[in-house]
Write a protein that binds this ligand. Structure first.
Ligand code: ADP
Ligand code: MG
Length: 398
């Protein structure tokens, strides 16, 4: 789960991080009052969407030379003018894809006098099995570009979970970021508290880009992106309250209601598979034969008929789906349950695209019979390879 920048800053502030004063705004009519709560004379109007690159982003509805999704304003009147121009429009950034995202919230923030922009993130480094800091003096820009062009400017520091962020770690991070004086003292406080926030709230990513050194020599968290580990969300009802479902894929929200592991993708072949490994293999083999999967979907081990029906409906609701491949290896999951779910769903929503079903494992004969006797137009397949070729062929011939 992701949250907005202003929410992330609120969370980090609770752990003691230095953030600017700011006020979230949902309607342009609220902008003036929001700005009046801030000291001025410099304000920043920031689009709140679940995607980065907002500063360099472009609004679809505005002329090409209009300003981006993060705008400086030198008066309350300018804040209001910008809010009117931005709210409700669609911001396209490097991370949103060409469709962009509608800006429904703004964050009006106190403007900072920036001396230097740095990069800092905390993530789970699977290669060492630890939480790690990733820092760079090259902040404020696309970190992927820095990683590509000047990888030596990125420093990774793994943290010992028993010790947390030690004074020595803080020293290393300060050195990597070239911080001294007050900024280094701020760093000594900031690094452990960010680590504390990350671990306490079960975050999977905490990215501050940029972390800034201000003209007065102190550090400030200027941008914040936080993602949580969904498997740990049940421990954090206060974080779940920050969820903004308008930022999420409607199909993924529906899938989460049924506890289905579903990720929407860009291709044309809808997949219903059990087991993450088999789901990945199915996606790979679809690509091998020249098509792209429309989704990742693992219906899980002991899925009920209701769950299978819901999964099938989610797949067929995707207008990009031009063919469906059901690939089930029934171990714990029984093939007849899958078959019943598929038949029930098809009867309810209809079947407008080719459907290939490959069943193997527990109760396979019963499952095949249910499908055969349903009278549905289903193409049976014998194994993974056969199934992938058949669905790709069916989609290509359509
Ligand atoms: P994004 O990463 O989505 O483009 P940021 O929050 O990083 O959005 O803002 C982009 C740039 O705008 C920053 O790198 C910084 O230069 C400037 N900026 C953002 N917030 C402020 C602020 N409060 N005061 C001054 N400049 C800001
Ligand atoms: Mg940023």
């Amino acid at each position: 789960m992701n949250i907005h920048e202003y929410q992330a800053k609120q969370v980090l502030k609770g752990f003691g991080a230095p953030v600017a004063d700011g006020v979230p705004v949902f309607r342009a009519s609220e902008a003036e009052a929001a700005a009046n709560k801030l000291p001025g004379p410099l304000y920043v109007v920031k689009s709140q969407i679940h995607a980065g690159g907002r500063g360099k982003g472009k609004f679809k509805e505005l002329p090409a030379d209009a300003k981006g999704g993060v705008r400086l304003a030198k008066s309350v009147a300018e804040v209001v003018a910008n809010a009117n121009e931005m709210l409700g429009n669609t911001l396209v950034t490097k991370q949103t894809g060409p469709a962009g995202k509608q800006v429904n919230r703004l964050y009006i923030e106190d403007g900072a006098d920036i001396e230097r922009e740095l990069y800092l993130s905390i993530l789970v480094d699977r290669s060492v099995g630890r939480v790690a800091f990733v820092v760079s003096t090259e902040g404020g820009m696309d970190i992927e570009t820095v990683a590509h062009d000047t990888p030596e400017k990125i420093v990774t520091l793994a943290i010992d979970p028993e010790k947390g962020v030690t004074a020595q770690d803080a020293g290393k991070l300060n050195a990597a970021l070239n911080l001294s004086g007050n900024a280094a003292k701020d760093g000594e406080k900031l690094f452990p508290l960010l680590y504390d926030a990350f671990t306490t709230k079960d975050m999977s990513l905490l990215e501050v880009n940029p972390l800034i050194v201000m003209k007065n020599g102190h550090l400030r968290v200027l941008d914040a992106k936080v993602s949580f580990d969904n498997n740990a969300l049940f421990r954090h009802p206060d974080m779940v309250e920050l969820r903004d479902t308008t930022e999420e894929d409607a199909k993924e929200i529906e899938a989460s209601k049924y506890d289905l592991a579903y990720v929407a993708l860009d291709g044309n072949i809808g997949c219903m598979v059990n087991g993450a490994g088999l789901a990945m293999a199915t996606m790979d083999i679809i690509k091998l034969y020249g098509e792209e999967p429309a989704n990742f979907l693992d219906v899980g081990g002991g899925a009920s008929k209701e769950k299978v029906t819901a999964a099938f409906k989610i797949i067929t609701a995707d207008p990009n789906v031009r063919g469906i491949l059901v690939n089930i290896f029934g171990g714990i999951m029984k093939c007849d349950v899958i078959a019943e779910g598929v038949v029930a769903a098809v009867k309810e929503v209809g079947l407008k695209v080719p459907l290939v079903v490959r069943l193997e494992g527990t109760n396979v004969e019963l499952g095949k019979r249910i499908i055969r006797e349903s009278g549905l137009n289903v193409t049976p397949a014998d194994d993974l390879d056969d199934a992938a070729q058949k669905i790709v062929q069916a989609v290509k011939g359509n």
